[in-house]
Write a protein that binds this ligand. Sequence first.
Ligand code: HEC
Length: 172
Amino acid sequence: MSNHYLSRFSSSSSSSSSSSSPSISSSLFSSFSLRLPAFLSLPLLCLSAALTLAGVATNAHAADSSAQAQLTHWEQAAGTSGNADRGMRLFTSTHGQEWSCASCHGKPPTQDAQHANTGKTIAPLAPAYNPKRFTVLAKSDKWFRRNCNDVLGRECTATEKADVLAYLINIK
Ligand code: HEC
């Protein structure tokens, strides 16, 4: 049992940027668990289990969502289905500000596009043309908030996000 935790502990510390060398920490660790009384080795085992769980959570975060799951989420929040036509109009029009969504993402957003301000390349936003899109929920949330503020001068509503996602998913 302790060997199991020890090997996971040393593998998780070697993959992190922790400064202690894995071989030193695991040899220290095994001498601890051989000699230390139970009341000290138990907290160490808990720590190694917590580090292992933290590693699992970080890996899961790399792809925790999908475009379809995010569409369903916003449809449920809105209480209505996303409407691709409305999404296209929102995406391609200006709303009293300088830019539309298409100013940075292109029309249709199926190719690399240039950021309207910095000129940096932005990879396609339509998920059929870029499988990395809408796979990390925190990323979509962050950019919806930021870009809706730039384009509409406010955050998008749940209905508007469902509409934009329905439009983007529909582009094949
Ligand atoms: C001023 C330029 C700009 C405008 C205008 C803009 N975006 Fe973006 N958008 C970006 C950049 C930069 C990123 C982050 C870089 C990347 O993911 O390629 C991004 C990323 C996103 C993402 C993240 C997608 C993901 O999960 O990978 C969404 C969603 C998004 N934009 C939606 C919109 C919508 C909707 C509008 C219009 C309301 C809009 N954007 C307008 C520049 C812009």
